[in-house]
Design a protein. Sequence first.
Length: 153
Amino acid sequence: MLDRIYCHIVWTTRDRQPLIDAGLARFLCGFLRAVATQENARILEIGMVQTHVHLVVRTHPTTDLVRLLQRLKGGSAAIAGKERHSTDGNCLRWAKGYSIHSVSPRGVAAARQYLREQPKHHPDQVISGWRGDQPEYESAGVDEWRSELRRPL
């Protein structure tokens, strides 16, 4: 049986400060995807503006979402600070918490489109010099997992 567990995750910068510039956005895209893969998840889409990050993620039944978010947020802030990925000299700090909602398989395309349209939703927070995410997984379901946890009925 194929597992199709999707979620839409959002988190913001501390005090909604406009901290994400083009350098940080490029770093975040690569870093977040690498961490997700290590945690048995796949980021299908990333949407970003200066104050917040949106992800559409496909998870495996064994993915620990709390650990995934700890590593995505905490790891990105720590590494970005050490390696100084910001072109504007910003120190990346995230606000506490996050929002996570399930997405039905039929809703994945609409959720991805919503993420692509973040600059239209927040025109005053567009990241100058960043053209947006270049998704690795163009369609939901490209990376199908077979679940050993499910048994035929």
